[in-house]
Design a protein around this ligand. Structure first.
Ligand code: ARG
Length: 265
């Protein structure tokens, strides 16, 4: 009797499993438009569409998990999420702990200030308050190049008529306490608009987007030349190959360009 029920259950289960497929937990931090943001209570954006398209091609479902940016890599390592899709820059340090897909987009860092302010690129120096998102490449750049006694900025990093090097005396270096770290860009931009900070250093495609939705403007580009990739747990070759082949297919069939057009143009 039991055996018969058991068989019945198994026979029923197989098509159900096939119909629903596997679901991957995709970790992101959704205050990063147009890569990922919340609209009408839904997670939307370039990364979200991209991973769903790959899922369609490769037969998996996507569950979006929105957590702080600096906990994405730890969550991947511990297995709480399967994939990171968060406009994450492929860096050497991160490559030591996770595996990245092939790059699917690229960008630089931007310096964002209030629209009605007179700030220019020199806002990065002296007694100004700079906001970043914790653990991002913007955070790393500001921490490494601006708050150090041994300032390492080079003029060619910053595209602007201004000669940055002329402003690099010891007294112009921003003190460490003047860097404010945020969990989300929503809070950072709100603080910028409310004059609690003077500038934000963040990825250029995202800064561009904020200039369309908030009273802010870009006063300089820092040429960091970053490439964005999705990440999987180190050694998870199977999932990595699946994502890479998905990205390649979307490159070939023009869908990736379509998404770029939809979100960045
Ligand atoms: N590209 C930058 C980095 O990798 C910022 C990414 C922030 N992403 C986000 N979803 N908040 O560090």
């Amino acid at each position: 009797m039991f055996k018969r029920y058991f068989m019945f259950f198994i026979v029923l289960l197989i098509p159900i499993l096939f119909a629903f497929g596997v679901t991957y937990k995709v970790g992101t931090e959704a205050s990063f438009p147009p890569f990922e943001y919340v609209e009408n209570g839904q997670y939307v954006g370039f990364d979200i569409d991209l991973i769903r398209e790959i899922g369609k091609l490769k037969g998996f479902n996507v569950e979006v998990i929105d957590i702080s940016f600096d906990s994405l890599i730890p969550s991947l390592t511990t297995g709480n999420i399967d994939i990171i899709a968060a406009g994450m820059t492929i860096t050497e340090d991160r490559q030591k702990v996770v595996d990245f897909t092939i790059p699917y987009y690229s960008g630089d860092q931007s310096i964002l200030v209030r629209k009605d302010s007179d700030f220019d690129i020199t806002v990065l120096f002296g007694n100004h308050k700079i906001g970043v998102q914790t653990g991002t490449t913007g955070d790393l750049w500001v921490t490494e190049h601006l708050s150090d006694k041994n300032i390492k900025i080079k003029s060619y990093w910053v595209f602007h008529l201004f000669k940055v090097t002329e402003h690099l005396s010891d007294k112009n270096i921003i003190p460490k306490k003047n860097i404010t770290r945020y969990d989300t860009f929503n809070f950072a931009v709100r603080d910028l608009v409310n004059k609690n900070i003077d500038a934000i250093v963040l990825d250029n495609p995202v800064a561009e987007r904020f200039t369309k939705t908030d009273p802010v403007k870009i006063v300089g580009i820092i040429k960091t030349e970053e490439s964005y990739g999705m990440a999987v747990k180190k050694g998870n070759k199977e999932l990595l190959n699946l994502l890479n082949s998905g990205i390649q297919e979307l490159q070939k069939n023009g869908k990736l360009d379509e998404l770029i057009e939809k979100y960045f143009k």
